[in-house]
Design a protein around this ligand. Structure first.
Ligand code: KG4
Ligand code: ZN
Length: 361
């Protein structure tokens, strides 16, 4: 029942029902909707990941050559509730098992984020449980903790996604210090743009990686931007331009395009490997974690694996399925934050949000 507010005349919402589950003792529902993937998961602090489901909008955006924000928002609206039902069914759970709802508060596309925020807040209010706004990059950073062999804190993290390329010092949940980042394009963005130049369509990263398998790196020579510099900065925008220039100056056949793709991939991988190991050496720690969509790249995994082993560095990747955007990492980050502090988030999204401003848990 609602009663009109005496001052405004607007019906005030009834108090939410009291929920039997206490924070930290039940499952956390995680909702990811920052870009073109709708992800939902149920994570239990003691029992681990109970279920997760994902819908990729890649096919829908493919004909436009990139993400169309309005279409992304509308599709999140269509997908979210069925995915929540699916996850609850897969976990053998009911809404009564949910102790908190975590959602990606930012950064990301404003409209897409609002869809997840709306559902999370509405759901949490109806259940009478806390709602937790999660930083998308914190989700990526903590995603290796979902693995059978999780890293211990502290570690150095290479965060390589479509929007970010950063080296971070991670001392604990919420204790992140930026060591270096890209001055222009992110690694994933470079993959996407170069894939487009090579006519491989969208999404570019996986398509380019697959295409590069039939090519040979070294037949064309591309730069290794900033690899020799002492800092921990990256720059990938010139690499795409170098690919464009190579295509313009040479008669490149299909095999040549594959060779160029392989050289491009190797260039990005060489730079990422070199800078990551430099950051690990500077930190004095022997643990390196790679997270974000580009972490799914097999060439990066192989090259970094060899280089890390040669220097006695322990290397951790999230499982392949949790490298790109997903609800599991949001549910996990929500659970870790909930454990640390009883949370009651205000409704909102943060399309732009600096990870460095997060408080420690
Ligand atoms: O982390 P993510 O799913 O979304 C963001 O938060 O940005 O990362 C998506 C990025 C895209 O740029 C995509 O092309 C790239 O990760 N990516 C890959 C691979 N799989 C995804 N890049 C290279 N090789 C891959 N196998
Ligand atoms: Zn992401």
């Amino acid at each position: 029942m609602t009663s009109p507010d005496s001052k405004t005349g607007v019906a005030a919402p009834a108090a939410p029902p009291v929920h039997p589950a206490t924070p930290g003792s039940g499952a956390v529902l995680g909702i990811e909707s920052s870009c073109d993937e709708t992800g939902v998961a149920l994570f239990h602090p003691q029992r681990g990941l109970l279920a997760h489901a994902l819908h990729s909008q890649a096919q829908m955006h493919a004909e436009y050559g990139g993400v169309v924000p309005e279409l992304a928002s509308r599709d999140h609206i269509r997908r979210l509730l069925p995915l929540v039902r699916q996850v609850l069914a897969d976990a053998g759970a009911t809404p009564a098992h949910i102790a908190a709802v975590a959602y990606t508060e930012g950064p990301g596309l404003a409209g897409a984020l609002l869809v997840g925020a709306g559902l999370a807040h509405g759901f949490a209010f109806a259940l009478g449980v806390p709602v937790i706004g999660v930083h998308h990059l914190e989700g990526h950073l903590l995603s290796p903790l979902l693995s059978a062999r999780p890293p211990e804190f502290p570690f150095v993290a290479l965060l390589v996604s479509g929007g970010h390329t950063q080296l971070m010092r991670v001392d604990g949940v919420g204790r992140y210090a930026l060591l270096g980042e890209t001055v222009d394009d992110a690694a994933g963005e470079a993959f996407d743009k170069t894939a487009q130049v090579l006519g491989l369509g969208y999404p570019g990263g996986p398509a380019l990686a697959a295409f590069a398998q039939s090519g040979i790196a070294g037949r064309f020579s591309l730069p290794r931007p900033k690899m020799a510099s002492d800092d921990l900065e990256f720059s990938f925008s010139g690499l795409k331009t170098a690919v464009v220039t190579t295509l313009r100056k040479n008669a490149v056949d299909a095999q040549g395009r594959a060779d160029l793709a392989a050289e491009f991939q190797q260039s990005v991988v060489d730079v990422l490997v070199s800078k990551s190991l430099r950051a690990v050496e500077a930190s004095g720690w022997k643990r390196l974690v790679v997270a974000g969509g580009v972490g799914a790249n097999q060439r990066l995994r192989d090259c970094l694996g060899r280089a890390a082993a040669g220097r006695g560095v322990d290397l951790y990747f999230p499982e392949q399925r949790f490298c790109t955007d997903n609800g599991a990492m949001i549910a996990l980050a929500g659970a870790l934050r909930l454990k640390a502090a009883g949370h009651a988030g205000a409704f909102g999204v943060r399309p732009r949000w600096d990870l460095g401003t997060l408080a420690a848990a």
